[in-house]
Design a protein around this ligand. Structure first.
Ligand SMILES: NC(=O)C1=CN([C@@H]2O[C@H](COP(=O)(O)OP(=O)(O)OC[C@H]3O[C@@H](n4cnc5c(N)ncnc54)[C@H](O)[C@@H]3O)[C@@H](O)[C@H]2O)C=CC1
Ligand SMILES: Cc1cc2nc3c(=O)[nH]c(=O)nc-3n(C[C@H](O)[C@H](O)[C@H](O)COP(=O)(O)O)c2cc1C
Length: 175
């Protein structure tokens, strides 16, 4: 068992892995690219996210990690609707558009959208769109984790996938 002094030393130690080493390691994980959107009382917003993951299928649930310093944070915090639009292989321009520093109307002017059951914008040419309501939110470090229960899905089986790997885009063709 650790003494109080040993516990204090462990808790106040600097992290063993610095931020840059963590990011370099994470850059080796290939990930799907998503434009995550919302609409509701807080207004309309969308951002690019690779930190999206399947949680469970009963109830069908995804998670999305959102940096609390993002310009879209307040809007997502005030709305319950979220649509995770996974990009098709030809949509890297859209990823860059929603990836930061662009005015929100300009971001949405870059593509065609429909309205989902929840009211969130669905990207017409997405590989797949998961229309969701946020069932739970929690904070870890700099990010909020949104647990999103899927209420409807729209899928284009013939499209390829846009993959982010080694800080760049790669294109996976469908079968
Ligand atoms: N989870 C996140 O919040 C992510 C944020 N980004 C943003 O896009 C910028 C460009 O990213 P890259 O070109 O891939 O180069 P980078 O060197 O900044 O990031 C490399 C990898 O580290 C991870 N990462 C980056 N920033 C992170 C963060 N704040 N929290 C948790 N994981 C993070 C991601 O997996 C990313 O692909 C980043 O600096 C960041 O602002 C990109 C990917 C994921
Ligand atoms: C490829 C890529 C993946 C990203 N993934 C995430 C993510 O998973 N979570 C996140 O909070 N931000 C992520 N970002 C950054 C957000 O897209 C960006 O902060 C957001 O568009 C808001 O930018 P703004 O604060 O300038 O408006 C990613 C950016 C890029 C280009």
């Amino acid at each position: 068992m650790k003494s109080q002094q040993q516990l204090h030393e462990v808790l106040t130690m600097p992290p063993l892995v610095d931020k840059q080493s963590f990011r370099n390691a994470m850059s080796t994980l290939a990930a799907a690219v998503n434009v995550v959107t919302t609409d509701g009382p807080g207004g309309r917003a969308g951002f690019t996210a690779t930190a999206v993951c399947s949680v469970c299928d009963e109830p069908p649930t995804l998670l999305v990690c959102l940096n609390r310093s993002a310009s879209v944070y307040d809007t997502f915090n005030r709305n319950d609707s979220v649509c995770v639009n996974t990009l098709a292989d030809h949509q890297s321009d859209l990823s860059n558009l929603f990836g930061g520093k662009t005015d929100m109307d300009q971001r949405f002017a870059g593509a065609q959208w429909s309205k989902a059951v929840t009211g969130a914008p669905v990207l017409d040419e997405a590989l797949v769109s998961f229309d969701c309501t946020v069932s739970k939110r929690t904070s870890v470090g700099t990010h909020d984790i949104l647990f999103c229960e899927v209420v409807s899905v729209r899928q284009h089986d013939d499209a390829g996938s846009l993959v982010y790997f080694d800080r760049g885009y790669h294109h996976l063709k469908g079968q």
